[in-house]
Design a protein around this ligand. Structure first.
Ligand code: FE2
Length: 245
């Protein structure tokens, strides 16, 4: 039986451009459970326009989402994280607690703009690491500087960054080029984690199973289990991922 962990999901109602109502959240939770997800990391946007950036509201909506999750199934868990859009203030805001890591661990989910330069991404990773955190780069397939040069991806890993990919991108929801790039990433076992990056119950719904099957077929079950569950489980316990591929 699959026990997936969704490391990236906009499932809290009314805090960002993801779920807008408790009803929508409950339906997303139901879909997650049916897909085989057992732990969801809710990662609301910390972003100028895409999120409300109100931690009190986020925590309130987390409690509501946990209640809804229990109604879907008593074993469905929801943890708190944040998808933090990088800006110069972020390293300091991590220290003050205005932005939060994944489940109070050392791991921080960071996103960039698709057209950001590799130099910018590198600097950002370094500055967050210097504050004592480990960076998880959100949906690496979105950044042109990585898609155009896979050695940049390898360099990020050498720097100690962790790499998250979206399940929808693996199965081709975001076009053939993105899918092709991720096939290469997966074949080289460069990805560390997956997330659905779900925003709703329709076009950006939380799907896991199909992507898992594809990764299993392409790379074998051991690696698929690592990126769909095992690595995430270690992160949630704030443990180091030692057997990095
Ligand atoms: Fe996201």
């Amino acid at each position: 039986m699959n026990r997936f962990i969704d490391m990236h999901c906009h499932i809290l109602p009314g805090v960002d451009d993801g779920s807008q109502t408790p009803e929508e959240t409950k339906e997303m939770l139901r879909q997650e459970w049916e897909e085989g997800t057992r732990v969801i990391v809710a990662t609301p946007h910390y972003h100028k326009t895409r999120g409300k950036n109100d931690l009190a509201l986020i925590k309130e909506q987390l409690l509501l989402t946990r209640k809804l999750a229990r109604e879907v199934h008593p074993k469905l868990q929801v943890c708190l994280g944040m998808e933090i859009y990088y800006s110069d203030e972020i390293p300091e805001l991590l220290k003050t607690g205005e932005v939060v890591p994944i489940r109070k661990s050392r791991y921080v989910l960071v996103e960039f703009s698709p057209g950001d330069s590799f130099r910018h991404i590198q600097n950002a990773v370094k500055l967050v690491q210097m504050k004592g955190y480990s960076v998880v780069v959100a949906h690496i397939e979105r950044y042109t500087c990585l898609r155009n040069d896979i050695s940049n991806v390898e360099y990020l890993k050498e720097m100690g960054a962790y790499l998250q990919v979206n399940t929808g991108s693996i199965v081709g929801d975001y076009g053939r080029n993105v899918k092709k790039f991720l096939r290469e990433i997966l074949k080289r076992n460069l990805a560390d984690l997956v997330g659905t990056d779900a925003h709703n119950t329709t076009k950006r719904r939380p799907s896991m199973q199909k992507a898992y099957e594809e990764v299993k077929k392409l790379c074998g079950q051991e690696y698929a289990d690592c990126i769909f569950e095992k690595n995430a489980r270690k992160m949630l316990k704030n443990e180091e991922i030692t057997d990095r591929n």
